[in-house]
Design a protein around this ligand. Sequence first.
Ligand SMILES: [Zn+2]
Length: 401
Amino acid sequence: MTRPLFREDPALLTFGATVTEVRERAVALDATAFYPEGGGQNGDAGRLRWDGGEVRVRDTRKGEGGVVWHELEDAGPEVGTPVTGEVNAARRWRNSGRHSGEHLLAQAFHRISPAFGVAAVSMRNPESTLDLHGDPSEADVRAAETLLRETLARTPLTLDTPTVPSAELHRYPLRREAKVEGDVRLVIFRDPEGVPFDVSACGGTHVPHAAMAAPVVVLRTERIRGGLTRVSFMAGEEAAQYLGGVYAESRALAQDFSIPVERLPERVAALTEERATLKGETATLRQRLAHTLVRQVPAREVGGVPLREVTLDDVALLPLVLTDVPRDEVVAALAPGGRCGVGSAREDVPAGTLLGRALEAAGGKGGGRPALAQGTTLEPEAFLEAVRGALLASRWAGQEA
Ligand SMILES: [Zn+2]
């Protein structure tokens, strides 16, 4: 069993201990301030130093029988060696901030509605998650965020972590029922009068002052399986840094438009509308261009069928050209990339059949309806000639035998 100094004194980051067990690149100590991964919180990292050596601790995990294993980057000290442990403070504060943010945000949701109970949490990544029952609306989310922001800004809440026999738990306003028997470690954030803001049973590490977890910001919510709502949030220094970055990017964008940041949504709405208008105008212009392109080439009689051959420099024009065929005529068109097709305004020349026969000669594949067929040819330079050949070689319904 390893004495859990991380629980007794969460602010303790440097400590002395003795190696009790050694495994491949891992050691156990008689006591440790390294928090082992658990309860949705990452394990600690840091260093172990001893007389004549030191090694980096990459991660910390729970083992059997209350033993804590320190996973090492290299070979560690032998059993019986006295060591000094140094927990990586930045990583610990980050994890404690996320974890405290989770308790505080869960409490804020609980105050908006007790139906918003916590089903699961994860503080493994900068974007932490809180999975809630009760289907909170966007307004509920904003209300919880606001309640917490105002509380953290106006009330100094301090951490208290008493260990309480389970028989006495009824005296505490626990947000969630404690699942453990025997002695239970409580994590309480209290105001200066001693009134608790949040009481949870938890073995993790937390910040000594709730304001150190501020700001707590909800990034988004999504419905997930089991009828739960996943609330993604950030807390503490990470959240402040992230929001600052988002603001800097927004400001740069606003500067490009020569407007204040606050007017970005308005500008984006205007651009979206403008884009829709331009899209409509472009479609009309393309349609007109297709119409003109078809009519600027003369129709030539091939096997008794008036045929127009159009070569395009824009693939987007292909379907437009093939659906704008003059009365009783056939249009064959070739676009970049070997894209090709046939449009037919004649019942006796089905476009699909004609394209199929042309592609048998020129290579490629395609198909379609009697009025319009599209495909891709392997030999673009041979395609239009192949269409002429197919018209000459075949007997079409309207032709004399
Ligand atoms: Zn906790």
